[in-house]
Design a binder for this molecule. Structure first.
Ligand code: GLP
Length: 241
């Protein structure tokens, strides 16, 4: 694991965007795994600015997002498809047909999950997977559990996650109770992983995940076993390491 400690959120975001932009410049047809949440927003802002400045070209890039709430239509402004469109895809020269987010509007998990992993495999696998970190150590929506889930699957969200994500909804009752998420196997299959974490409220989780034992109760800890994983923290998120 390569841990980079940036002074603040802005610098963390710039470093992460540089890693992604460099990957796209070197491999214009690469497959990116993308994440939602507040943390990567600054990374996407930098990528949008880079694209508008002609420094990076997304026209041949394919993307697969980590996760999506079950029960939300893509045009729902709380859906992760909507998030990706408004924070990145609508502002860069990517072909939307090459962007993939699990179909949360389809309640049939069997019709969504296995085909999602198959689509990733037939695109050649993920070259670079961007991740945020949940307060309970989740990555994607892989919640603390007794084992690491392998492929894309449906999950019941934990109360901690529902509460954490309720800040983006009118109230906790509106947060969907289930989500589709890539599994830990899907994420670990990416050839490179890039994690962004910001803020003191994540400091304990960062310490547990990246300097504690590898265990499914702290899903992000598995990244210690990834052969090419970079973690970009701001100083606050690194404060308990
Ligand atoms: C959500 C997403 C995760 C994300 C996490 C942290 O639950 N499913 O992919 O990493 O929250 O989000 P934030 O960056 O807003 O703290």
């Amino acid at each position: 694991m390569n841990i980079i400690i940036a002074d603040d959120y802005e610098k963390m975001s710039r470093i992460a965007a540089d890693i992604i932009a460099e990957k796209v410049r070197n491999q214009p047809k690469c497959v990116l795994g993308l994440a939602t949440g507040s943390t990567p927003i600054g990374t996407y802002e930098n990528l949008v600015a880079d694209c508008k400045a002609g420094k990076v070209d997304f026209s041949d890039v394919t993307t697969f997002n980590l996760d999506e709430y079950v029960g939300l239509q893509p045009e729902n402004d709380q859906s992760y498809r909507y998030f990706m469109n408004t924070n990145l895809f609508d502002h860069v020269n990517i072909d939307k047909a090459r962007t993939h987010v699990p179909d949360g509007s389809n309640p049939d998990a069997a019709a969504v999950c296995e085909p999602y992993d198959e689509a990733i495999a037939s695109a050649g696998g993920i070259e670079l997977q961007l991740l945020g970190l949940g307060h309970n150590g989740h990555i994607g929506f892989n919640e603390p559990a007794d084992e690491f889930p392998v492929g894309t699957h449906i999950v019941d969200l934990t109360e901690t996650t529902i509460q954490a994500n309720s800040r983006l909804f009118d109230n906790a009752d509106q947060v969907p109770r289930q989500a589709y998420t890539m599994g830990i196997g899907t994420i670990m299959g990416a050839r490179e992983v890039l994690v962004v974490v910001s803020g003191e409220d994540k400091a304990e989780t960062v310490a547990l995940a990246f300097s504690g034992p590898v265990r499914p109760q702290v899903p992000a800890s598995v990244l210690q076993l990834h052969p090419n994983c970079t973690i970009v923290l701001d100083k606050a998120a690194a404060s308990a390491l």
